[in-house]
Structure formats: structure tokens, C-alpha cells
Design a binder for this molecule. Structure first.
Ligand SMILES: [Zn+2]
Length: 302
């Protein structure tokens, strides 16, 4: 028997009953400067805090819209879906997890492949969606990234991959690890065809994605303060038994230590990518390339 017993119902707090006059989700609190930010302001500012320039995470579709001219692009390979090759189950079946993610994001997997123009330059961009099982790379993601590179090869366009991923997808085991080699092999073909590849690393880019294509760009550009690494800091600390330095695995630290080429504010990203592509000679119109070869084959004396 309890010593103290509440005979009356506890007083309900007034705030809980009174409905808020501010519509739900109109303001967000910036995790960096703790200031309230008006959501439409945030969206018009490419999800960058107007007060402290904290970069909020961006969806794959918003990312593509921010990079392509006028937000217009053509999406490719939309019908690919994982068929749960290992029939994996942890706390719940992978099949259910997939279905839930497809329903929540309206996408079939964690990569969106699109083509269009970026500042007048024809490009193929693949963007990763973190909301889809942590942006993890399974068989479908690997296949889509490979097809993106192959599409670029066929059209002789540069490739841009925007990474935002926790790494390889555990639920597809070794099959997801094989995607690292597969995407890298496709990128090697792109390199041999002398076409540029720019890798954009956003918060977070970790695991198998960092360990493969995300670090292979002709230019590796990261967004400010993005978490980029292979294993997490705790695992590293336990392995090397040393305290890790301040800012370890953040973009600025990595750029300082030669792991990245540039750290660019999201609002300058499109201009930086366009400038870099021009520098790499990306404005070569596809029609011109065969003409040049034909001329080179014709003897100049005739
Ligand atoms: Zn802020």
C-alpha cells in the first residue's frame, strides 16, 4: 500500500490546453545559434541560417533544384527498387523498412539521378537523400550512381555527385560493399574519357561513401562544418587510445590537412562548381568533339 495517495487529479497545465496561435512548423530553432528562424526565410536562403550561416540538411530534390538552372531537370532511372536480396531482418524486416522509407520520401531509393544545365553547362548530377535509411548505399544506390556516370560518358557531360550518407547499407551486407568498387570503376572510365567529376560532400558523409567515390573527385568540395569521415570518432579514440583534436572530421579540419580541396558556403556552391567546370574545359559542346577527331585524322598536306 502506498503511503501517499493523490486523491485529486493533478492540475492540468494551462499551456497544454491552450492551442498555439502560431501554426505548427513555421519556425525552426537553429541548432548552432539557438535563434528562431522563420521557415520560409530559411528555405529562400537554401536552408542556411540567415543569422549564423549554419547549414541545415537539404533534401535531394531541393539540392537538385538549387544546382540546376531554374530548378529544372530530368530525372533518370526512377523505377529501380531493392528486392531485399538477403531477406534481412534486424529489429524489423528490411522489406518493411524499405516500404516505410519509400512511403515517407516518395523515392524508390537513396539516390536521385538527374540531368540538365548548371549555369549553361550540361551536367549529370546524382544527389543522395539522407531521409531514405540514412542515405545508405545499397545495390540500387550503387547501380544508380553507376548509371549516372555511364549517362555522362555517353553524352560527354561532367558528373557531380552530392553525398549525404551514413555509408554502405548494412541490410544488404557484402552486396552493398561491392557498390564501392562498382561506382569507382565507372568513375575510372569517366576519368579515362577525360571528363570532369566533382564531388560535393555534405553533412554527413561517412563510411563506405567516404571510402569510395566521395573522395575521388577531380575536385572535392565540402560544405562548412560537415561531418566527413570513415569510422566515427568514438571508434577511432578507442582504437588509437588518444584524445582526438578539436574539430576532428569536420570540413575545415580536413581541408586544412589536405583531405579536401575547398570548403564552400552553400550559397556560393553553384557559382563555384560552374567556375571549376569551365576551368576544366567543360564547355566543350558534344558535337564539336567528333569533328576535331575527324580533322586530326585527315592529312594536313592534302
Ligand atoms: Zn543559426
Amino acid at each position: 500500500m502506498a503511503w501517499f495517495k493523490k486523491t485529486r487529479r493533478p492540475m492540468a497545465s494551462q499551456t497544454a490546453e491552450k492551442p498555439s496561435r502560431v501554426p505548427e512548423g513555421l519556425w525552426v530553432k537553429c541548432p548552432d545559434c539557438s535563434q528562431p528562424v522563420y521557415k520560409p526565410d530559411l528555405e529562400s536562403n537554401l536552408s542556411v541560417c540567415p543569422k549564423c550561416a549554419h547549414h541545415f540538411r537539404m533534401s535531394a530534390t531541393a539540392r537538385l533544384a538549387s544546382l540546376f538552372d531554374g530548378g529544372r531537370y530530368t530525372e533518370h532511372c526512377t523505377n529501380l527498387r531493392s528486392n531485399d536480396p538477403l531477406e534481412f531482418s534486424d529489429t524489423k524486416p528490411y522489406r518493411d523498412r524499405l516500404e516505410k522509407a519509400i512511403e515517407a520520401t516518395g523515392m524508390n531509393d537513396s539516390v536521385v539521378v538527374a540531368s540538365g544545365t548548371l549555369d549553361g553547362i550540361d551536367v549529370v548530377i546524382a544527389a543522395m537523400e539522407y531521409a531514405f535509411i540514412g542515405g545508405s548505399m545499397g545495390v540500387v544506390a550503387g547501380e544508380k550512381l553507376t548509371r549516372a556516370v555511364e549517362l555522362a560518358l555517353e553524352r560527354r557531360h561532367p558528373v557531380i555527385i552530392v553525398s549525404c550518407s551514413g555509408g554502405a547499407r548494412m541490410m544488404e551486407g557484402a552486396l552493398s560493399l561491392m557498390q564501392m568498387a562498382k561506382v569507382c570503376a565507372a568513375l575510372a572510365r569517366l576519368d579515362r574519357a577525360r571528363l570532369p567529376y566533382i564531388s560535393i560532400l555534405t553533412d554527413p558523409t561517412t563510411g563506405g561513401v567516404t571510402a569510395s567515390f566521395a573522395m575521388l573527385g577531380d575536385l572535392n568540395i565540402a560544405e562548412p562544418k560537415a561531418l566527413i569521415g570513415f569510422a566515427g570518432p568514438r571508434v577511432i579514440e578507442q582504437t588509437i587510445r588518444q584524445k582526438l583534436p578539436e574539430g576532428f572530421q569536420r570540413s575545415e579540419f580536413l581541408a586544412e590537412h589536405g583531405m579536401l580541396d575547398l570548403v564552400v558556403d552553400r550559397r556560393d556552391l553553384k557559382a563555384t562548381v560552374a567556375r571549376s567546370l569551365r576551368f576544366m574545359g567543360a564547355e566543350l559542346v558534344p558535337e564539336r568533339a567528333p569533328v576535331r577527331t575527324a580533322r586530326a585524322l585527315t592529312p594536313s598536306s592534302s
